[in-house]
Design a protein around this ligand. Structure first.
Ligand code: CA
Length: 227
C-alpha cells in the first residue's frame, strides 16, 4: 500500500483528500503544520508527500528543504500561490511537482501516481540486489552479508547504515543524512554514534579495518562506499 503524508491546514481539504486517497487504496497520514510534517516524514517514512505551502507555523518551502536534507521521497506541492516565481522556488527547494488550488481530484491523483512511479523507477531494481566486492557480498533482498564463504552477522543498525552506503556507490553520504535516516531527527549531531557503528562494520567487513578499502571516511563530512 502506498503511504501518503498529507500536509495541509485546511480541515475540509484534508477530509476530501483522505476520502479520495483511501478510496484508491492509499494509506493516509496527515499533518496540519510544518513541524509535525517534518516529524511524520522522518518517523513514518511515507512513499509520497502532498504539501500545502501556506502552513500556520512555517513556509512549506522550509518543509521541503528540511525533508530534502535526508530524503528523496517525492513531494507534490499543493498551493494557492499561482505565480511562476512561487513554483520555481518550490521546485528549486526540491519539490517534484506542483498543483495549483483549486485542482481537480483526478488530476491530483494522476500526478501523485506518476511521482510514485518515477521514484520507484529510480530505486535499485530487483536485478541489482546483489552487491559484490572482492571482499564481501551483500544480498539486499535477503539482507544477508557473506565474507570468505561465511555469513556475517550484522545488527539492524549496522545493516541500515551499510544498506544506505552500498545502494549509493561512490557517493558521499553526509553524517547528518546517515544520522537522520538511521537514528532519526533528534540524533543529527550524534556523530560519535556513526564513528562507533562504522568501526564495527569495518571490523566485520574490511580486511584491514584501520585502512578501509570499501567503507571510506570523508573527514568532517561523511562516508562513502567504494565498490
Ligand atoms: Ca494553507
Amino acid at each position: 500500500m502506498t503511504r501518503v503524508l498529507v500536509v495541509e491546514d485546511d480541515p475540509q481539504l484534508v477530509r476530501a483528500l483522505r476520502i479520495n486517497l483511501q478510496a484508491r487504496k492509499f494509506d493516509v497520514e496527515s499533518a496540519t503544520d510544518g513541524r509535525s510534517a517534518l516529524r511524520l516524514a522522518a518517523t513514518r517514512k511515507p512513499d509520497v508527500i502532498l504539501l500545502d505551502l501556506g502552513l500556520p507555523d512555517m513556509d512549506g518551502i522550509e518543509v521541503i528543504k528540511g525533508v530534502r536534507d535526508w530524503s528523496r521521497v517525492p513531494i507534490l506541492v499543493l498551493s494557492a500561490r499561482h505565480t511562476s516565481e512561487d513554483k520555481i522556488r518550490a521546485l528549486d527547494a526540491g519539490a517534484d511537482d506542483y498543483v495549483t488550488k483549486p485542482f481537480s481530484m483526478d488530476e491530483l491523483l494522476a500526478r501523485l501516481r506518476a511521482a510514485v512511479r518515477r521514484q520507484e523507477a529510480a530505486e535499485p531494481s530487483q536485478e541489482t540486489v546483489l552487491v559484490t566486492t572482492d571482499g564481501f557480498t551483500v544480498d539486499l533482498v535477503a539482507k544477508r552479508v557473506r565474507r570468505d564463504g561465511r555469513d556475517v552477522r550484522l545488527t539492524p543498525t549496522e545493516w541500515h547504515l551499510l544498506e544506505i552506503l552500498i545502494t549509493h556507490p561512490g557517493r558521499l553520504i553526509s553524517q547528518r543524512q546517515l544520522l537522520l535516516e538511521v537514528w532519526g531527527p533528534t540524533y543529527e549531531d550524534k556523530t560519535n554514534y556513526l564513528r562507533v557503528y562504522m568501526a564495527q562494520l569495518r571490523r566485520k567487513l574490511e580486511a584491514d579495518p584501520a585502512h578501509p578499502r570499501y567503507l571510506i571516511t570523508e573527514p568532517g563530512m561523511g562516508y562513502r562506499f567504494e565498490g
